[in-house]
Design a binder for this molecule. Structure first.
Ligand SMILES: Nc1ncnc2c1ncn2[C@@H]1O[C@H](COP(=O)(O)OP(=O)(O)OP(=O)(O)O)[C@@H](O)[C@H]1O
Ligand SMILES: O[C@H]1[C@H](O)[C@@H](O)[C@H](O)[C@@H](O)[C@H]1O
Length: 372
């Protein structure tokens, strides 16, 4: 596998020049590209929730909560004048660009059947689509890492290519690349389908991507065996945790217990938790534990989750502890360590305790709601 995020097709001189330019960077600044959206949740034809959504919202929420203190990030996102959540914490801290088109919105129809970890638990329809994010919308400076996290095709191939040029390591959510939207049908929006990654203009960029994350539903469309030869592939498996595949190895990473109330945003929160783990200096397999932790946190609440300060304090304390980790140069260098560390199980056990605090918070919140 080529060193992550080194543009394989760039001439050496240009690469050197880019590395020179990155020297003056704030050490760990990230670039998040993908839009905020409106989510409407329906069950049995009834609206059961209307919330802020979009990967930008879920990702910012986790990066703000779990990144090391020296890390920062910018968000490039687009919404219309109808955007209903401008004063929610994520958009307020990381404001979107305003467009003439309406805010992207999705209707998610949940079935009452018990979903397996690998089968779709909801049918998504895109009701409105905001403008794509163009290469010129990105800031003209270098970043330590980038997250390409589109929900409705807004991360164009040329935008991803520019991200790769600007960022030392790019992490991509497959949903940004393989979603297509069938013709609008009578006001109910366009059905979301997947297409094979290999047939898209994104495929040629894979070698210059560090990590590609797909859900188990999306995995067949990216072709894990093909993709792992080009970059590290992560397949998330809902309540079963996740698997990592790199060119000559793979690992399964155990999940955390959660009481699922809304699966929306689990994948986004996972990817941001994973990135935060890398920022703390963990190997990819250890960082996947942080991904699983925040994926579990996301499903425990409707919409963008609020993290209990006690739970966050516990997670930060765990990540600050010296004996775990820090063998890899991670996002600050040009290569990644993939293997689990000898502290992996210890890290899982410690996080399990923090996950327990999360469940307790959920139970308390339910009790309070019931008293209202
Ligand atoms: N019910 C659950 N219990 C515990 N952890 C979960 C659960 N569901 C999801 N997770 C965590 O979140 C991660 C991402 O979930 P999932 O594989 O469902 O992603 P996804 O389908 O992309 O999610 P979405 O499209 O809803 O954002 C999983 O790898 C797991 O770590
Ligand atoms: O797959 C989902 C879906 O598109 C939701 O509408 C959105 O809120 C999430 O960010 C995304 O991950």
């Amino acid at each position: 596998m080529p060193p992550a995020a080194v543009p394989a097709e760039e001439p050496a001189a240009a690469e050197e020049e880019e590395q020179q330019q990155t020297k003056g960077l704030p050490a760990l600044e990230g670039l998040v590209v993908g839009s905020y959206c409106h989510d409407v949740l329906l069950r049995g034809g009834r609206v059961v929730g209307e919330t802020l959504g979009g990967a930008a919202a879920f990702v910012s929420n986790v990066l703000d909560a779990a990144s090391p203190p020296e890390a920062s990030f910018s968000v490039v996102s687009k919404v219309g004048s109808d955007f209903a959540y401008a004063s929610a914490p994520a958009p307020e801290r990381h404001p979107p660009l305003l467009c003439p088109a309406p805010t992207t919105s999705f209707h998610a129809r949940f079935s009452d059947a018990v979903a397996s970890a690998h089968a779709p638990d909801r049918q998504l329809r895109r009701v409105n689509a905001c403008d794509p994010i163009y290469p010129d919308d990105l800031p003209d400076r270098r970043f330590a890492y980038g997250l390409a996290v589109g929900v409705a095709g807004e991360v164009l191939p040329e935008t991803l290519e520019r991200m790769i040029r600007l960022c030392r390591a790019v992490l991509v959510d497959a949903q940004a690349l393989i979603r297509v939207f069938d013709a609008e049908g009578g006001g109910s929006g366009a059905a979301v389908r997947h297409i094979a990654l290999e047939g898209t203009p994104y495929a040629r960029l894979l070698e210059r991507v560090a990590f590609l994350k797909a859900s188990s539903e999306e995995a067949p469309y990216i072709g894990v065996e093909m993709a792992r030869r080009r970059c590290c592939v992560i397949v998330t498996e809902g309540r079963d945790g996740c698997r990592l595949y790199w060119d000559d190895g793979e690992a399964r990473v155990a999940p955390f217990t959660a009481v699922q109330v809304d699966p929306t945003g689990a994948g986004d929160s996972y990817l941001a938790g994973f990135a935060a783990g890398l920022l703390w200096g963990l190997s990819a397999t250890d960082a996947a534990l942080i991904g699983n932790f925040f994926g579990a946190a996301a499903v425990s609440q409707i919409g963008v989750p609020t993290f209990h300060p006690k739970m966050l304090q516990a997670v930060k304390q765990i990540l600050e502890e010296k004996p775990i980790q820090r063998s890899s140069p991670c996002i600050n260098g040009t290569t990644f360590t993939f293997q689990r560390s000898d502290k992996h199980d210890e890290l899982h056990t410690a996080l399990q305790e923090a996950a327990r605090l999360m469940c307790e918070q959920q139970q308390n919140d339910t009790a309070t709601d019931n008293c209202d």
